[in-house]
Design a binder for this molecule. Structure first.
Ligand code: DOR
Length: 442
């Protein structure tokens, strides 16, 4: 194959999970061909179509982000989001790869439905989408979905499926969840467990009229223990979605420390649980604009999550992008739009405040989620990795303005917040797919 046009990104601060140095990057035919330290002799441009993108100042070149958890609402809920609006939001947020959940209408419970969505996304050509396959038909918790007869490893037969999940409708039957985890193991991919299936203690607290913050904590802790136990029995890969309680962080840390060969355990935290607490939910409205599953929790929980991302207990930051209409939010629909603010929010709260290095953030938002998905070709700035990159200005100060969102979901918990750090450009396999408008708060 003759080489395509080259893209030279020159004079940037280059940051990935192991790299933080000034330099330049050359992309050819969609992949990184070379990385040059500052001062090295740079290649000549060869074709008129070759492009040079100039860095400098506070501009940083990082791997594009990888999201393990987003809700695209497509098919079925165009009033909340469509594939097109979600993809535009994703690239505006710096994402090159997104896993979208199956709680659509109809539910994505067959390989054919997942493939159709993947093909529509590829035709758009903005980013690399990986639809999740539901564990049970229609997410009804009764009959296993296509996963019951698929043969593995799936990354050979259906490489666009990298994760299974029943989303927020945890499979209640232990026997069925056991069989789903067994199937996932056969297929060689993780099950994202949302950990909100009741348990007797949570049910009792609910029946006794205890507040949501009380029973939902019992619920999450119980469900986390349950899926870890089932993961052990099936030797599967259990991925815990949006960890939010300090008890769950402690449990995951303890289990990981045991290094059990029979269990692969990974976990994600969402930007809103890392950066906000229940005080924000009270201000926004606990039952409306501040409502999310799992709920925003206490400062002690938030600090435990931060400790968890610092010591490796939590492997990744995932958005749980959950767009809703205004009418749905007013009626209590849980969830926040998040793709367009996740980097800035985490940068502002964790990097600018000195808790985490930019390399650490890159690891949590790019390299580590890519590893969880078995995508070994992205998330780093190194030769042969995909040319999926983003340019951020770490000094840019901007205000979150919902009317500017590409997402149809205007349900952000941080509207009006002044952030430090902004995604200016997203590059997908060497093509510029997003450029921030020049306006300072666009
Ligand atoms: O608050 C949430 N909303 N959490 C989830 O995990 C699902 C999501 C949704 O689909 O709206």
């Amino acid at each position: 194959m003759s080489p395509g046009p080259r893209v030279l990104l020159r004079d940037f601060r280059l940051v990935d999970e192991t790299l933080d140095m000034p330099g330049s990057v050359l992309i050819e035919t969609g992949s990184i061909l070379d990385v040059f330290p500052q001062g090295a002799l740079l290649p000549e441009t060869r074709f008129p179509r070759d492009t040079t993108i100039q860095g400098g100042g506070s501009l940083v070149l990082m791997p594009a982000l990888v999201d393990l958890h987003a809700h695209f609402r497509d098919p079925g809920y165009p009033e909340k989001e469509t594939l097109e609006s979600a993809s535009l939001a994703a690239v505006a947020g710096g994402y090159g790869t997104v896993v979208c959940m199956a709680n659509t209408n109809p539910v994505i419970d067959t390989l054919a439905k997942a493939q159709a969505l993947k093909e529509r996304s590829d035709a758009l050509g903005l980013m690399d989408l990986y639809p999740v396959l539901a564990l049970t038909q229609g997410m009804e918790g009764r009959v296993l979905s296509d996963i019951r007869f698929l043969e593995g490893p799936l990354h050979e037969t259906a490489p666009w499926i990298r994760m299974l999940s029943e989303d927020g409708k945890d499979v209640v039957s232990d026997e069925l969840l056991y069989r789903a985890l067994q199937a996932a193991r056969r297929l060689g991919i993780p099950v994202s467990c949302h950990c909100d299936a009741g348990g007797p203690e949570a049910d009792a607290a609910k029946a006794a009229g205890k507040p949501r913050e009380c029973w939902s904590r019992i619920e999450e802790n119980h469900a986390t223990r349950r899926v870890i136990a089932l993961g052990r029995q099936t030797h599967g890969h259990v991925h815990i979605a949006h960890v939010s309680t300090k008890e769950s962080v402690d449990l995951i840390r303890k289990v990981k420390a045991q290094q059990e060969p029979a269990l692969t355990l990974t976990a994600e935290a969402s930007p809103h649980h890392l950066c906000l607490t229940q005080e924000a939910a009270h201000t926004l409205g606990d039952a409306t604009w501040g409502r999310v599953n799992p709920p925003l929790r206490t400062e002690a929980d938030r600090q435990a999550l931060i400790q968890g991302i610092l010591d490796g207990t939590i492997d990744a930051i995932a958005t749980d992008h959950a767009p809703h209409t205004e009418a749905d939010k007013v009626q209590g629909a849980p969830g926040f739009t998040g793709l367009e603010t996740s980097f800035a929010l985490c940068h502002t709260e964790l990097v600018s405040k000195g808790r985490l290095s930019l390399s650490g953030l890159s690891s949590l938002m790019s390299a580590s989620p890519a590893r969880i998905l078995g995508l070994t070709d992205r998330g780093r700035i190194a030769p042969e990795f995909r040319g999926d990159l983003m340019v951020v200005d770490t000094e840019a100060v901007w205000r979150v303005t919902m009317s500017r969102f590409r997402s149809r979901g205007k349900n952000s918990p941080v509207t009006g917040l002044v952030c430090t750090g902004k995604v200016l450009m997203t590059i997908q396999q060497g093509r510029v797919v997003f450029e921030a408008p020049v306006s300072p708060d666009a």
